[in-house]
Write a protein that binds this ligand. Structure first.
Ligand code: GRF
Length: 264
């Protein structure tokens, strides 16, 4: 038997996806094992799920760091290897005309929090990091320190919509309000943008006349609990590789896209 991959998870809330991953890992269905759970939110209910399964956990309280920064930025220690201009030029989280002070505050508070996250994670050896309802955008500061091989990124996220439709924090709400007839969920690798990284897998469900937002959320979560373990299994089998594809467009233009190739 080949050894299991070691999975770290970051959560912010209830952790039903985390539970699905823990359960399928314990049942031997993914080829992985969850070795730590981290959260930005000390009150995240999902932390108790980790505890029930004997999985170590830690919290980096983003809210407290951001509040301290707002009161007095000098009280928030920035990592010595943080470079604001470099991070701003890499990040794709901001519009080009974004207010410089807002960008600075965002990137500095996140770098402080992310450096604490990296320090807590350094205790564990891990192959894959999964974001399971982690409601914080990660910046290049963190991403570049976890992803060291461009063709084999190792931070996955689950999103409650069929990307590239409806990125952001309320995928099911946006799907509902738009009057979509299909909803779905997506697992993708993280890149420097918001919910914009290469897609690993998707599952869809039908939205019936009369379905409420709650119906859509519960149908969606059912699909998420199947999709995340399936994508983790592909990773554990070493079947995922990111390729850069160049496409010709009308007018002689070209477009470059990074996509996940899944080997047989
Ligand atoms: C899920 O809908 C996930 O797609 C989104 O946040 C929700 C988290 O739910 N990113 P849970 O904490 O896993 O129950």
């Amino acid at each position: 038997m080949t050894s299991k991959i070691r999975i770290g998870a970051l959560i912010s809330g209830g952790g039903t996806n985390l539970q699905a991953v823990i359960d399928t890992c314990e049942a031997g269905e993914t080829g992985g094992q969850v070795v730590f759970v981290g959260s930005d939110n000390p009150a995240a209910k999902g932390l108790r799920r980790a505890e029930r399964h004997g999985i170590p956990s830690f919290v980096v309280d983003y809210g407290a760091i951001i509040r301290r920064y707002r009161q007095d930025p000098t009280t928030v220690a920035l990592p010595s290897d943080f470079n604001l201009d470099e991070m701003h030029s890499k990040s794709r989280l901001f519009p080009v005309d974004a207010d410089a002070a807002t960008v600075k505050a965002f990137l500095e508070t996140r770098a402080a929090a992310e450096s604490d996250l990296l320090a807590a994670m350094a205790t564990y050896d891990f192959d894959l990091l999964i974001l399971a309802g982690f409601m914080r955008n990660l910046t290049p500061y963190f991403i570049d320190r976890v992803n060291t091989n461009p063709t084999h990124p190792r931070i996955m996220n689950i999103h409650p919509a069929l990307l590239p439709s409806f990125p952001g924090t309320d995928g099911y709400g946006d799907t509902y309000r738009y009057g979509c007839k299909l909803g779905g969920c997506t697992v993708h690798f993280i890149d420097y943008g918001e919910d914009s990284g290469p897609i690993i897998g998707q599952r869809a469900f039908e939205i019936l006349p009369g379905d409420t937002l709650e119906d859509i959320k519960s149908k969606g979560l059912e699909e998420e609990w199947k999709l995340y373990p399936a994508c983790i299994k592909l990773f554990a089998q070493n079947r995922l590789k990111v390729e850069t594809r160049i496409h010709s467009l009308p007018g002689g233009k070209t477009m470059e896209r990074k996509v996940v190739a899944i080997s047989a």
